[in-house]
Design a protein around this ligand. Structure first.
Ligand code: BEZ
Length: 174
């Protein structure tokens, strides 16, 4: 087991992964909340028109529900490259219903150059609506995430608020 690691997914890792995974489990972390506060110049936006993607923000007393993926250590080389636009590896405790493990996630901290921070929900939704990048539209990123959270019965007011605004603004129906 020495070479295996649990990675906590709170965003795109909830609905897809592009690397080998040994096991996936429902999991949660304590003291963090997901927010669309990180700029995306390389996946869901462009350097001239960044989109907004998730990072984790410290939130004492809150619980962030997601999925934990058990991976071999060479996966980190892939993730370090994929998440290079401001994200850093962060060690934390990952909780399961029946216990807890030491694990890793990626967080875009507030001091990174692409960090955008808080904004009114209508402005976050407007920025997401107009953004797209090499990985697809920013709107699809939010809708895929919201759908996956719903399938897992995970409640997240911030994500569902932005999703509702996008569906309203765009007439998106899916
Ligand atoms: C995510 O869930 O978005 C994520 C978590 C860790 C590494 C990369 C992505």
């Amino acid at each position: 087991m020495e070479d295996l690691h649990w990675v906590f997914g709170y965003g795109s890792l909830i609905w897809k992964h592009d690397f080998p995974v040994i096991e996936i489990r429902r999991a949660y972390i304590e003291g963090w909340a997901r927010r669309f506060w990180q700029g995306s110049h390389d996946h869901r936006g462009l350097p001239t028109d960044p989109g907004r993607v998730l990072t984790l923000i410290e939130a004492p007393g809150e619980v962030c529900q997601g999925r934990a993926l058990l991976v071999e250590s060479d996966v980190f080389e892939h993730l370090d490259y994929r998440e290079k636009n401001g994200y850093e590896r962060h060690e934390l405790t990952i909780h399961f219903d029946d216990g807890a493990v030491d694990g890793i996630t990626y967080i875009a901290p507030i001091h990174n150059a692409a960090f955008l921070g808080a904004a009114p929900s209508k402005d976050i939704a407007a920025q997401i609506r107009r953004s797209k990048g090499p990985s697809g539209t920013n709107t699809d990123y939010v809708l895929e995430l919201a759908q996956a959270l719903r399938e897992l019965n995970i409640e997240d007011a911030h994500v569902f608020d932005i999703e509702a605004r996008l569906r309203q603004d765009n007439g998106v129906d899916r």
